[in-house]
Design a protein around this ligand. Structure first.
Ligand code: PGA
Length: 259
């Protein structure tokens, strides 16, 4: 079973995950992180900033989950720009060690395979940070994605484009296609940490954690992973049926296990 950790708020989630990442990097300065964009992981990156004493992130390697196809990498909402602005610069990561999938239309049919190869060459992802979409997507693996998919081009759902329109002038400016790590790619990470906050994510979280394994809810792929940690606030946990047990299990967890 995935471990479900129900926390008070985003700040508590950020602190919990950032403590773990700091520890990971202390023990291996060349840790490979899977980096997520969107609003959800921001409390983690923010908390990590206050934990940099004695933690050198300059050799950490990172792979973003996804990128829009055809967006100018210099566009402020390209995930290359977002990762640079929200993660690389504030945390002092080496930009040369951080990759995003290549959304350039020329040769796009090969970019996915090349990306998965680069992840393999780096030794695989040690810790993958994930959010979840209101439609249940992880990365940009929209409903219907194969559990064994590799990094590839996907068409965004209308719902995702509506959700992301807040970053653009209008929904028409949200690209139609993306290149995303596949569910199979994500499942190869050694540890997955999925975060979700707010009522709007409650149905997707319940489906991913307690629903049947289904490509219709790509987040349910986490049930196949041997080490998945789901960190949610009360609102995002509100549709879970076994919250009492998750709290009980976490409260009684041997300390040496960490998350
Ligand atoms: P959000 O997006 O963190 O901005 O809510 C999550 C996702 O779409 O995976």
């Amino acid at each position: 079973m995935a471990e479900i950790v129900i926390v008070k708020d985003k700040a508590a989630a950020g602190a919990l995950v950032a403590d773990h990442i700091a520890e990971l990097v202390r023990s291996n300065p060349e840790t490979v992180l899977g980096l997520a964009t969107g609003s959800t992981p921001l409390p983690v990156y923010e908390a990590l900033r206050s934990r940099l004493e004695g933690v050198d992130l300059s050799r950490v390697r990172g792979f973003a989950l996804d990128e829009y196809v055809g967006i100018d990498p210099a566009h402020p909402e390209s995930y290359r720009s977002v990762i640079t602005r929200e993660v690389v610069e504030p945390l002092g990561l080496n930009p040369e060690l951080i990759r995003t999938p290549d959304g350039t239309p020329e040769g796009i049919e090969h970019h996915g395979e090349e990306y998965d190869e680069a992840i393999r060459d780096a030794g695989g992802i040690d810790l993958q940070i994930l959010g979840i979409g209101t439609d249940g997507h992880i990365g940009f693996n929209e409903p219907g994605s194969s559990f064994s998919s590799i990094t590839r081009v996907k068409t965004l759902t209308e719902q995702t484009r509506r959700d992301n329109a807040r970053f653009f002038d209008s929904i028409d400016d949200v690209p139609m296609h993306c290149i995303t790590q596949g569910l199979g790619t994500i499942l190869r990470a050694r540890h997955i940490v999925l975060l979700a906050f707010g009522e709007g994510k409650a149905a997707a979280v319940a489906g991913a954690v307690e629903g049947p394994l289904s490509a219709s809810l790509p987040g349910s792929a986490i049930q196949l992973h041997p080490h998945a940690t789901i960190v949610v606030d009360e609102a995002a946990a509100s549709q879970l049926t076994r919250s009492d047990y998750y709290r009980y299990a976490y409260d009684n967890k041997p300390e040496w296990q960490g998350i």
